[in-house]
Design a protein around this ligand. Structure first.
Ligand SMILES: Cc1cc2nc3c(=O)[nH]c(=O)nc-3n(C[C@H](O)[C@H](O)[C@H](O)COP(=O)(O)O)c2cc1C
Ligand code: SF4
Length: 511
């Protein structure tokens, strides 16, 4: 009997290890031989730990499993959910990047290959770097780390960047796995559930731009992801995927995992590069672009985990296939990470274009509290709060920019009608004050003044509201990076859409 129990951090946090122990004990008691495979998560976090049992018809899901309920795996019961593939949450998705996540043993290269892995790399190995770059350009893939910059253009810049072989100069591929945005977990999930997809994407990037060395910059808060990633890299080396002769092609690609200490700003690409070089994680002024002078001053591709993990399917199925999903200039699929006060939280991969109404109310099932939704913060701590009146906005880069918002890394944090939006605005400013790298004044000083100004408003000083607006304008236009530059989004969206939470609180305090 083969049983799948996720080793994903969310499943572990919800008791997966205890379930493993209980399943082993129950199987021994019954004299049943079981093989337990630790897979990644299917993304239905509200059902974790989601245990699956292999049957001739397919895998049958049980969840959320507890140690007390493991007998149901053998006898059936209320936690039996039917065939996993038939669960409506999974059926409604278009899983391109997460096609294998939760399905395979994450560190088995054989299973990866058996489920379509390495097809993209095999094709790329027969192409020139310029052809691979063109394929990624044609796919319309844009960076999933936040800025939405076209990946193909970034790769072309690195591909075209001159190197001086006489100086031993190299080019590098750096994966940004710092994933510090609140409510986001797509990078973690793919690293824990299908790490070879990221490795394959990085090797393809190396072929495209002429880089022979890559780094994955992860974070100390992700011990499970780091463990799986390190194991997959070790397997990749032994099995000839990584190293001096990639899949017997004669091409070289070495890969190293580096773990940062968890400063939010180290997710900003130039601070990340400083950290990777062993320096303090402060932001560098641009230009020069990392694509021209990145790691150790060499041309460097810095891409988010999901950007790179989306590349294998683009090469495997062709740019046109990928570009056939999505809307406008937002091509392909996006792994939505639905979190906060929501009934069905988790990862949902779908073509760009869904409305928040559908995402929150249909897919997410509304709030966990059962109260009406007040707003959703889209794009992490620097993202705007979207009120219900804008819930018909299609999920796309330009569509959100048109609403003074951003999709960022596609994290969605749902709040019900009890949320105090002024407190949320204060949190955004406080977050910026704490995480600021201190390099530029509008962010370093502005965020501290922002907290003070919001406290004045909370005490009933409504005259401070124009001051807050002014301050946000200064931070937006004068900050060196998006930490200071985008903090005004959550602050101003809260003020614009929920002014009563500011003046109402102020009135109440004044009385
Ligand atoms: C304060 C700050 C934090 C960031 N954190 C991340 C992060 O955790 N992961 C990420 O991929 N990009 C992050 N970014 C964006 C990166 O600077 C960069 O745009 C991204 O890694 C480029 O990859 P992409 O083109 O694949 O999106 C952050 C930016 C800022 C300003
Ligand atoms: S905006 Fe903030 S985090 Fe960014 S460079 Fe300036 S001080 Fe540093």
């Amino acid at each position: 009997m083969r049983i799948w129990i996720p080793r994903d951090a969310s499943a572990k946090a919800l008791g997966a290890e205890e379930v493993v122990t209980a399943v082993k004990a129950e199987a021994a008691r019954r004299g049943v031989e079981v093989t337990i495979t630790r897979n990644g998560s299917r993304g239905m976090v509200w059902l974790e730990p989601l245990v699956e049992v292999e049957t001739p018809e397919g895998r049958v899901a049980f969840g959320p499993m507890t140690p007390e309920d493991v007998a149901q795996i053998f006898d059936g019961g209320a936690l039996a959910l039917g065939l996993t593939e038939d669960l409506p949450w999974l059926r409604a998705q278009t899983r391109l990047t997460f096609a294998r996540c939760g399905i395979i043993d994450p560190v088995s290269l054989d299973e990866y290959r058996a489920h379509g892995g390495l097809k993209g790399l095999t094709r790329a190995l027969a192409m020139t770097g310029a052809e691979v770059v063109q394929e990624v350009l044609n796919s319309g893939l844009r960076g999933r780390g936040g800025a939405g910059f076209p990946t193909g253009i970034k790769w072309k810049t690195v591909h075209d960047a001159p190197i001086k072989p006489e100086l031993g100069e190299k080019k590098y591929i750096v994966t940004n796995a710092d994933e510090g945005d609140s409510g986001t977990f797509a990078d973690r999930m793919i690293m824990e559930g299908d790490p070879f997809t990221l490795i394959e994407g990085m090797i393809i990037a190396g072929i495209a731009v002429g880089a022979t060395k890559g780094f994955i910059y992860s974070r100390s808060e992700y011990p499970d992801a780091n463990e799986v990633m390190a194991a997959a890299i070790a397997v990749g080396r032994v099995e000839g995927l990584l190293g001096q002769n990639v899949l017997g092609s004669g091409k070289v690609f070495e890969l190293e995992l580096r773990v940062g200490a968890g400063a939010y700003v180290c997710g900003e690409e130039t601070a990340l590069l400083n950290s990777l070089e062993g320096k303090r994680g402060t932001v560098r002024a641009k230009p020069p672009l990392p694509a021209l002078q990145g790691f150790m001053g060499r041309p460097t591709v810095v891409n988010n985990v999901i950007s790179l993990a989306s590349v294998p399917v683009i090469l495997a199925e062709g740019a046109e296939h990928y570009a056939s999903f999505g809307i406008g200039r937002s091509k392909g699929t996006i792994p939505l990470q639905i979190a906060g006060n929501v009934k069905h939280g988790g990862l949902f991969e779908i073509a760009f274009g869904l409305t928040l109404d559908k995402i929150v109310n249909e897919i997410g099932g509304g709030t966990a509290s059962g109260r009406p939704v007040k707003a959703v913060q889209v794009g992490g701590p620097l993202g705007a709060w979207i009120p219900v009146s804008q819930f018909d906005t299609p999920f796309g880069y330009e569509e959100y920019a048109g609403q003074n918002a951003l999709i960022g890394h596609a994290g969605l944090t749902v709040a019900d009608d009890t949320a105090d939006m002024m407190a949320m605005a204060r949190f955004a400013m406080e977050f910026c004050a704490i995480e600021s790298c201190g390099k530029c004044t509008p962010c370093r000083i502005g965020a501290v003044r922002g907290v003070e100004t919001l406290d004045r408003i909370a005490r009933g000083d409504t005259a401070a509201i124009p001051l807050l607006t002014d301050l946000c304008e200064t931070m937006k236009s004068g900050s060196l990076c998006a930490l200071g530059g985008f903090t005004p989004y959550p602050v101003m969206s809260a003020l614009t859409h929920f002014p009563d939470d500011f003046t109402g609180a102020a009135r109440e305090a004044a009385e």
